[in-house]
Design a protein around this ligand. Structure first.
Ligand code: AMP
Ligand code: MN
Ligand code: MN
Length: 331
């Protein structure tokens, strides 16, 4: 994970060359797509189409309705027609090959060049070219820099999609990954037509009433032990509350890490297939990326995640001692 590759200059020219040479591009947003995965994927899709290329955005999981405002979001495919031919694959905002989910079919895709564009410290460099910059707050910033290098016109739609990635991955410029560079990028994207207020409202503020009730129930059941806060959200709870969203924590892990008494927070979400999606957060000075990576996931020091086998209680029992140990060692 701490390979020297993280410190090498990102291969901008090699990435641009792959895109220039391609004419049929498959763009893959990571599973359970967030605003950065979707915004980056759609921005690059639109920019490639403007250059006359065939560009297909795809993601194993359907985007959450809150992202319905993003340009062309309804064109994102959850599956590909058999035998559709591409000459380049781009994986966006995913730290390893598994994050591409079922869209990536090795039998059809392994022979194609794969361009990885990402900002996770845990990125495994699974591409032919890996445009990975852990100092970027969002993948959208990397896509923006790449498009500018390629002299691609940034339309207001593209700017809005990129701004969505910046705003969601920084929780509207509040998280520790926000730098002067992040703000400079946001300023440029606003000047290019991105609507900061609208993006923030749609992607971060507005939510379903159901998800508020899930958040409330999760908060009531949460515990703190040894400065580690945790809560589990079983599918059964969603059914009882009538929550229509099958995944996600309603923002619970972000609430838990806001407590003075907490150094590390974890929320365990039981998925319909019985697997457990874990969201992790750390106070400044603590790192959850390493633990997530050890568990087959990844992320950033302050925000990471992994997917564990069920049942829910076993996933909690497996990870919780490890989190307490990490909190103790890092204190
Ligand atoms: P979340 O708690 O879902 O908002 O995720 C926080 C961070 O961890 C994001 O940067 C995700 O990309 C990353 N992450 C979450 N789940 C996984 C996973 N299963 N594998 C790799 N990275 C993950
Ligand atoms: Mn993401
Ligand atoms: Mn991201």
């Amino acid at each position: 994970m701490t390979s020297n590759a993280s410190f090498a200059a990102p291969p901008w020219e090699a990435a641009a060359a792959l895109l220039r040479a391609a004419s049929r591009v498959l763009l893959i947003a990571h599973v359970s797509p967030d605003g950065d995965a979707l915004g980056s994927t759609l921005a690059l899709t639109l920019a490639l189409r403007a250059q006359g290329k065939h560009a297909v955005p795809a993601c194993q999981d359907q985007p959450h309705p809150r992202f319905g405002f993003l340009p062309s979001v309804h064109e994102i495919r959850q599956a590909l027609p058999l035998g559709e031919a591409f000459d380049l694959i781009v994986a966006l905002d995913g730290s390893d090959a598994a994050r591409m989910g079922t869209i990536y079919q090795p039998a059809q895709h392994a022979s194609l060049p794969l361009l990885v564009i990402d900002h996770h410290i845990t990125n495994t460099r699974f591409g032919t070219v890996n445009l990975v910059d852990p100092s970027a707050a969002s993948t959208a910033e990397i896509v923006f820099a790449l498009l500018k290098r390629m002299d691609a016109p940034i339309t207001p739609e593209i700017a809005n999609a990129l701004l969505t990635g910046v705003v969601t991955d920084t929780q509207a410029f509040r998280t520790s990954n926000t730098t002067p560079q992040t703000l400079a990028v946001a300023m440029e994207l606003m000047q290019l037509g991105g609507n900061l207020q609208e993006v923030t409202r749609q992607a971060l503020v507005l939510r379903t009433f159901d998800s508020l009730r899930l958040l409330g129930a999760g908060l009531m059941s949460a515990k703190v032990e040894d400065r580690v806060a945790y809560a589990a959200l079983p599918q059964k709870l969603r059914e009882e509350l009538g929550v229509r969203e099958e995944r996600g924590d309603g923002g619970l892990v972000g609430m838990l890490i806001s407590a003075y008494e907490v150094d590390i927070a974890a929320v365990f979400v039981e998925l319909p297939n019985g697997e457990v999606e874990v969201g992790l957060r750390a106070q400044p000075g603590f790192d959850v990326a390493q633990v997530a990576f050890e568990m087959g996931g990844g992320g950033h020091p302050a925000a990471a995640g992994c997917t564990l086998p069920g049942p829910l209680r076993e996933a909690v029992n497996r990870l919780l001692p490890r989190l307490k140990q990490a909190a103790r060692e890092q204190r």
